[in-house]
Design a protein around this ligand. Sequence first.
Ligand code: SF4
Length: 441
Amino acid sequence: MKNALVINPYITDFKLYDEWMHPLGLYFLIDTLMRQGFSVEYFNCQSRILTRKYGTGCLAFKELPKPHLYHHISRKYKQYGIEETEFKRYLQNITKPDLICVGSMMTYWAPGVLRTVDIIREIFPDVPLAIGGIAARLIPEYFQKNLRNIFINEIPGFNDFLKTDQYLNKEQITLLPGLKTVKNPLPHGPLLLSVGCPMRCTYCASSVLQPRYYKRSLQIVLNELDYMVNSLGIQDFAFYDDALLISKDEVLLPFLKEINLRKYKLRFHTPNGLHLRYLTADLCEKIFEAGFKTLRFGYESGSVRYKKDTNSKLSLSELEKNIELIKKNAPADLDIGIYVMGGLEGQTPQQLLDEMDYLGSLDIKVKPVFISPVPQTVLYQHYAEKFPEIMTDPLWHNDTFFITCLPGWNLESIEAVRIKARELNSSVQQRIISNRELQDI
Ligand code: SF4
């Protein structure tokens, strides 16, 4: 039997926190490789150093010299992952694989992927190596230019070589083989009920990566959940769906019904922003009954001029009405947060600060997110005319950096946004903690 080694690579960034992170694409890849008869070993370059609430936590890192492009940013630039000597030792002690696959996620994390490949090539210079995942699909030419003798997703030869398109029978593919190969399981688990998103926000690559929106087999999802609960003892689960509430009657509600039948005591979290407009009183009741503890919503901006960018996610009146709907019957310790975007075309820091004040007045957490020009999106094309560098250097896509290039934005205004978020959220957090303490009495 042939052996394949699947690797979750190093990540380079200013910040990274494990808020229910899993390399789902690699877990799916492991399923496709096993269906082709490979014996698969999985290695995670990321390592947990501190566990916090609901299984979230901090990751090991080392500080890196800052790339010149980022010289004006006062934050530390890091490589997240285990000591390189530990990774090399692992590679030196395994049987030489017949194939190595490396994942990729954010395009601006590409230096971490390149470093991972360098280390692999030191130990296994001639083993066939493939790079797949989100960044490989969005910027294949960048990897092709920087790497030799590597199969890269989207570059001719990749599918002939890995045959993933034949095996990615999408309705049948499962996370289970991947979950079973993880040696040190995390204290949280991934759930994916549907794939893709029917919306078309101008800054998002969901439709590029997943042109078709479809629901996964409920039985397969339940098999994955049962394994994580019964064999791994996991209680915290994060939904990875891009559009969990769309088609809720066919997707989320049947799942919640099964959860209630099983009488599991679980906690659910939605780090991907939900669409507030699809909430109903009945749905709120069911999600609270199932044990949802963290709800994050997409909002992006209430300003009419940005509605086309954000697919008209929500009007202000809908927002207020639906936040009230949630809060009316919510458990006292429910953590509600809303993403608000900074860096939309022509948006000033003051406009963002005003929006944050307004959202904070609804007594929910405010989560500012700075825009990143994601290749192959409409907004990326717009920014490419102003900043042609984004087409050749993925470091330009980093949200912490890119916002500093936009007119009207500078380090002070960005810091003001961070301080505002901290102030607004600390009082909401204090209320959540007090309510939890009252529940415990
Ligand atoms: S941002 Fe969210 S709602 Fe918009 S297209 Fe992407 S996944 Fe869909």
